[in-house]
Design a protein around this ligand. Sequence first.
Ligand SMILES: [Fe+2]
Length: 353
Amino acid sequence: MLKETKKPIFSLEPGVILANDILSEDGKVLLSQGQLLTAEHISYLKGWDIHFVDIVSGIGPASDDHTILQGEKEFNQFYQDTLQTFKQAFKTICLSPDISLTVIKKLSDWHIIPLIDVHGAIEYLYKIQAHCNYTYRHSINVAIVSGIIGKSIGLNKDKLKNLVLAGLLHDVGKLLITKDILDKPGKLTDPEMTVIKKHPLLGYELLRQADFLSEDVKVAVMQHHERNDGSGYPTGLNQHKIHCYAKVIAIADTYDAMTSQRVYRRKLTPFRSAETIAQQMYRQLDLEIGLAFLNFIKNNLINSVVQLSNGKKGKVVYFGDISFERPTVRLLDGTFLDLNENKKIEIVDIVDP
Ligand SMILES: [Fe+2]
C-alpha cells in the first residue's frame, strides 16, 4: 500500500510524488500535493531552503513476490492508491516522459498485476465505477481487464507485464488532443472525429523515444483501434496483421467503455456488456480471445447477487449457451428464475449479498 514518508531533500530522486502541498512562508502553494517531482522541482526545493518533504512511498513489491490482495476492501484501497499515483504520472508524460513512464511501468508491474489476481475483480471493478477521473480510471481498468484476458489465454509473466503496460498506456495519445474535442458532450463532427482517430499514432510517437519500453507495447498502443475485419483505424489492418496485445486491449477497451459510469449515461452491467462482446467477436473483435474473456466472466460472475427490474434480488446460478445477460437466478425465496424464459425481466445491477 502507498504510505507517506518524510525524506530529506538531498536524498530525493526524480520521479517521487509529493504527499502534501509545499507552502511558502505566507501560505502560498509552491508545489501541490500529488506533484511528480522532476530534477528541476528538486532544485527549486533546495533554492527555497526546504530541507524535508513528505513523499508518497510504496510503489514497489511488498515482498520478493508481488502483493497478494484479498476481498473487495483491499481491492478498492489498492485501486484508489494506484489511481492517485497514476493520475499524477500520466498528466506529466508530455513534460517529463522518461520519469513519468518509469513511474507508470513500476505501477503496472507492482500495482496492476496484484489487482488482476483478485478473485472477484470483475465484480469489484464494476461496483467502484464513478464518472470522475474517467480518463485515468479507464486506463487502469483497461490494464486490469487486459491482464485478466492475458492470463486467460495463457501469456507468460513477461508478456503479461507488457500487455498490462500497453493497456495502461493505450490512450496516451489523447494527451495531445485538445480538451474541447475530447470532452465534447455532443456528437463529434467529421473533422473532429478525424482528429480523435489520430490518437493511436500520436501515442506511438510519444512512446517511440522511450528505449526501456518494449516495441510490442508501442505497437499495441498504435493498433488498439484496429479491428479483425479491417474496419478499424488508423490503418485498417486485418486480423493477421494486428498484434495479439492490441486484440486483447480492443476487447478490454470495449468492455470498460460500456461498464463505465459517464455523466451522460448510466453504466451497463457486466452481463449486458459481455453480451455485446459476444455479438462483436465474430467480425470485429477476436473470436478466440473473446471466448476466453467471456468464459472468465461467467466463472467470475457466477454466485454474484443481482438486482432485477421487477424489484427482486437473486443469485446468479447458471449461464446457458444462448445469452450472457439472461442467466438463471435463484431468488431469495429459493425459487429459480430463468431470465431466458422471462424476457420482460432484466438484471439492472450487481449488489452486495
Ligand atoms: Fe483509444
